[in-house]
Design a protein around this ligand. Structure first.
Ligand code: ADP
Ligand code: MG
Length: 379
């Protein structure tokens, strides 16, 4: 059984945890892109905290916990290796990978490659590094597959709504101009290795896939360093590698879309990433009205706060991009998109006047450890 993927359905209970080393594991809480209350696998673990194997432990790994503030959010990782030095070195490689990706993808730091390309003159092609080009092409694939519900070229709409400032409701003309600029987008020429902005107002926003891209790079760095077991929490997106010290899988509670401190379900993850998108966490407020930070690129409007969607996929970039896309699509169209996909597990939590209504596709059955608790069962 050990080494086998966990197969838990919403009806079954997870198998008992295997004893390995003595640690207290407080679960992570996936909540619209955030960890709740500072708890989590890492609760009580100081930066670079170390856990020594218990006497007689089956596995002699040392677990090392690290934290770093990067990409505007907190990255926490916990890594197992045969020695403390090996765990420290592997975690260094993972952190370096994330910082490297930030240097490629940041649209906040003017010296990052993406920020420089976003400022390049429109209409002329600019050289783009192979590493950034590969990520942009990956993002483009998910954008096409989701009918552009996930749209990296959403920048002009971010500006129109002033999502990076005080917030504003654009008038009709401003909205139409922004939509035109989004549709004009950028042209990626893979053969020539260039990017061309097709509208002076156009720019790429990496906010909806950058953390996922960085998690993919960090996971690769860890694997290359020989690490089989690790967990990373990057601003609420989880990358689970192998298993925790006590075996089984990584337990990741799913939060209520509005009451973020309330867990309504739990995932048991191995060798996959989980990302959640919702509208309760980040928003602007104009004239007493709240507008979420996720925009529908087809209409230019902020997506209403209908609930949240959690996506589990092997590729963290896909999980990140798809949680955004499926939040934009909403539970109906989103479920129609995801229903028959085996590689993408989705859990929609629809916040209705009658209470929380969960929907998940068959692929999600593998990761859910128990039935989602609705309002009725929670009270
Ligand atoms: P979070 O960063 O809160 O985890 P997401 O991964 O869903 O959430 O990404 C949110 C960011 O993506 C927004 O802050 C915005 O910069 C950008 N964004 C908003 N709407 C879209 C969209 N339809 N497609 C791609 N990016 C978007
Ligand atoms: Mg996302």
């Amino acid at each position: 059984m050990n080494g086998m993927p966990q197969r838990c359905t919403s009806r079954s209970t997870p198998r008992p945890l295997r004893r390995a080393v003595t640690i207290v594991t407080v679960p992570l809480l996936l909540a619209g892109g955030g960890l709740v209350g500072g708890g989590g696998v890492f609760a009580g673990a100081a930066v670079a905290a170390e856990r020594q194997p218990a006497p007689g432990a089956e596995r002699a790994d040392v677990w090392l916990a690290r934290e770093s503030f990067v990409m505007g959010t907190l990255l926490r990782l916990e890594v197992a290796a045969p020695t403390r030095a090996a765990a420290a070195e592997a975690s260094e490689h993972a952190l370096a990978a994330v910082h490297r990706l930030d240097g490629l993808l940041s649209t906040w730091d003017g010296s990052a490659e993406m920020a420089r390309l976003n400022a390049a003159s429109a209409g002329s092609s600019a050289a783009v590094s192979a590493a950034l080009l590969a990520l942009l092409l990956e993002a483009e694939v998910w954008s096409k597959r989701t009918g552009r519900a996930f749209e990296p070229a959403v920048g002009p709409l971010i500006d129109a709504w002033e999502l990076r400032g005080e917030g504003r409701v654009p008038d009709g003309a401003a909205l139409r101009a922004a939509l035109r600029a989004v549709r004009a987008g950028v042209t990626l020429d893979a053969a020539a290795g260039t990017l061309t902005r097709n509208d002076p107002a156009g720019w790429i926003d990496t906010g909806a896939f950058g953390k996922g891209a960085a998690l993919a790079a960090a996971a690769d760095a860890l694997r290359t360093a020989g690490v089989a077991d690790a967990v990373l929490d990057f601003g609420g997106q989880i990358m689970a590698l192998g298993r925790p010290a006590d075996g089984g899988g990584w337990r990741v509670p799913v939060a209520h879309p509005r009451h973020r401190h309330q867990a309504v379900g739990e995932l048991l993850l191995r060798d996959v990433s989980a990302a959640t998108s919702g509208a309760s966490e980040r928003f602007i407020e104009v004239d007493g009205q709240r507008y979420g930070h996720l925009l529908d690129p087809r209409t230019g409007q902020p997506v209403p706060a209908w609930g949240s969607v959690t996506v589990v996929a092997a590729d963290p970039l896909a999980a990140d991009a798809l949680s955004t896309a499926l939040f934009v699509l909403g539970p109906r169209a989103g479920m129609a998109w995801a229903r028959d996909r085996e590689d993408v597990a989705v859990l929609f939590l629809e916040d209705t006047p009658r209470g929380l209504v969960p929907h998940w596709n068959p692929a999600m059955e593998r990761w859910l450890t128990r039935t989602i608790q609705t309002e009725r069962t929670l009270r």
